[in-house]
Design a protein around this ligand. Structure first.
Ligand SMILES: [Zn+2]
Length: 200
């Protein structure tokens, strides 16, 4: 006999992708990481890749997405740049991931204690750094804390992906992908989910 199916229980691939990531972060936090044979994964992925998610995160050495979401080789696209700012190059990379390869989720991930955000608030002018900090300063305001600007910067990143990319905006509107935000706590290992763009 068929069981009644609750339509609310049916998850889209994008929802499942988010679930996967957050469950991975839970494993990481509880020190329950999957014991992977990475060399075997090298063999399994040598013919091609099908990463289900894209993480746009900071270059900070404490925030490696594969580690904090407990993912293996070939699982996620990891796009990293100081301050997780969403530049045209980052947008192009995300378009490739979602439109060409078929990833179902984009997460813009900020983190506590971000040096790039601090640099933006301190108005640091060094070499090419302003190409990054200027983008973050744009989301700062008088009296804003590093953590507040971090959240604003993540929300701005999600907004930029929608507004600057017809491809990603279309995929999101068709519910083929989700574009979400998160903030990583460097003291606990927890990723706080801060919603989809339309919830910002
Ligand atoms: Zn950072």
């Amino acid at each position: 006999m068929l069981e009644a199916i609750n339509l609310n229980d049916i998850k889209s691939p994008a929802d499942e992708a988010l679930d996967n990531l957050m469950k991975g972060n839970e494993r990481f936090m509880n020190n329950m990481r999957i014991n992977r044979n990475l060399l075997q994964q090298v063999q399994e992925t040598k013919e091609g890749q099908q990463p289900y998610a894209v993480i746009i995160s900071c270059m900070d050495s404490r925030t490696s997405p594969e580690l904090i979401f407990d993912q293996g080789l070939g699982d996620i696209f990891s796009i990293r740049i100081a301050g997780n700012v969403v530049t045209p190059e980052i947008i192009g990379s995300a378009e490739y991931a979602c439109k060409v390869v078929g990833s179902k989720l984009i997460m813009v991930l900020g983190h506590h204690g971000c040096g790039a955000v601090k640099g933006a608030l301190d108005n640091v002018k060094l070499g090419h750094l302003p190409t990054i900090t200027d983008r973050i300063q744009f989301h700062a305001y008088k009296g804003a804390t590093v953590e507040e600007v971090t959240v604003n910067n993540v929300k701005a990143g999600m907004r930029t992906l929608h507004q600057k990319s017809d491809i990603l905006n279309q995929l999101a509107n068709d519910q083929e992908i989700r574009i979400v935000g998160g903030v990583y706590d460097i003291s606990t290992g927890e990723v706080e989910f801060i919603g989809d763009h339309h919830e910002c």
